[in-house]
Design a protein around this ligand. Structure first.
Ligand SMILES: N[C@@H](CCC(=O)N[C@@H](CS)C(=O)NCC(=O)O)C(=O)O
Length: 243
């Protein structure tokens, strides 16, 4: 088996601006892993074509290729990167440290199977109900749940303001991006307003958006300014913004 890093093989991140790949891109930059970005034209439906479906049969972004390995699902990719580097975040802790790993795993799964999954349902609401008329009620219910999730998370942050350790780990970056999306999408009627973000989550968000690796990751997806506390969509023609 070949892994990226073996004789010139690189990690390959399949991406589209502001899609879930931004979480993985931040993780790669923060962990100092070199990678080759592979742009997928979502607006043209490239992610539903056979070549991409061979990598992710769901036809969703992101995919990360690591040598012979092909991974999809943001949460699975983050866990793979933590195990691969032996670190849960850029400043540690060790990925095998039992307390931190347990905290990391529970928040990773919560973010992946509850928070992110519900955001997806809100963004793609018409796919989940019969008839457009039911969409506003579904979105309103999910917005209320998102606020509850953020209150819960705010109450569980450690003293230093991070979820799994005394320093930021990949789950903090995942949470931060979920907060970005909730303030931006669906376009024109976002799930929450910035002032609804619980006070305890604001300081970590500010710290994250000022980190050089995070700034670079967003910039490489055409996102500038204050991407977490005053988010704007990618600076692209409107038909290319699919995030
Ligand atoms: N559970 C998946 C969700 C990924 C996802 O929703 N990706 C979106 C972009 S943010 C996508 O590819 N959407 C295209 C589509 O639904 O057709 C993950 O975490 O990777």
């Amino acid at each position: 088996m070949t892994l990226a890093g073996d004789s010139g093989v690189t990690l390959r991140l399949h991406w589209s601006p502001d899609s879930a790949n931004i979480v993985v891109r931040i993780a790669l930059e923060e962990l100092g892993l070199a990678f080759q970005p592979v742009r997928v034209d979502r607006a043209a439906g490239e992610h539903k074509q056979p070549a991409y479906l061979a990598l992710n049969p769901q036809g969703l972004l992101p995919v990360l290729e690591d040598g012979d390995l092909v991974l999809f699902e943001t949460g699975a990719i983050l866990l793979h990167l933590a195990d691969r580097t032996g670190r849960l975040g850029p400043e540690g802790p060790d990925a095998r440290e039992p307390q931190a790993r347990a905290a990391f795993l529970k928040w990773l799964f919560y973010l992946s199977n509850t928070v992110h999954a519900e955001l997806r349902t809100a963004f793609y609401a018409p796919r989940y109900v019969a008839g457009e008329a039911a969409v506003p009620a579904l979105r309103a219910g999910l917005a209320a749940r998102f606020r509850q999730h953020m209150d819960l998370v705010a109450g569980e942050l450690g003293a230093a303001g991070w979820l799994a350790a005394d320093t930021p780990t990949l789950v903090d970056f995942y949470l931060a991006v979920c907060l970005r999306w909730a303030q931006l999408y669906p376009r024109g009627a976002p799930l929450i307003a910035g002032h609804e973000i619980p006070a305890r989550l604001r300081a970590p968000l500010r710290l994250i958006e000022n980190r050089p690796a995070v700034i670079k990751a967003f910039a490489d997806e055409h996102i500038g300014g204050r991407p977490l506390t005053m988010p704007e969509p990618p600076d692209l023609p409107p038909d290319e913004v699919t995030g």
